[in-house]
Design a protein around this ligand. Structure first.
Ligand SMILES: [Zn+2]
Length: 105
């Protein structure tokens, strides 16, 4: 259903509710006007950013970043690097992925 059809339906319903008799042709014309009015209202009115939409976009971005992460090579994805020296071995947090095991490329 096109939006103009939706307008026609709503206009016809509204006219009927208010006891206004209109021909199909008149309803068509009114619907076209109403659609035009609605369009110019939405063009001229301020649209505050919907916080939910913003939040969703943010979490999708975060998810995308997470998906783009690659397994860390220096620590083989473990997040820690074990170094064994002649005197002592130590385990330290991976410098590349900061212990996460994965990092953004
Ligand atoms: Zn690492």
């Amino acid at each position: 259903m096109s939006s103009i059809d939706l307008w026609k339906e709503m206009i016809a319903e509204s006219l009927e509710q208010h006891g206004v008799m209109a021909t199909a042709e008149q309803i068509n014309l009114i619907a076209e006007d109403a659609a035009g009015i609605a369009e110019s209202i939405s063009e001229h009115s301020f649209h505050p950013a919907d916080p939910m939409v913003h939040e969703l976009a943010e979490s999708q971005k975060a998810l995308k970043r997470e998906r783009e992460k690659v397994a860390c090579v220096p620590c083989h994805g473990s997040g820690f690097i074990e170094t064994s020296g002649p005197y002592h071995g130590s385990t330290s947090q991976c410098w590349k992925c900061r212990g996460e095991g994965r990092h953004t490329p």
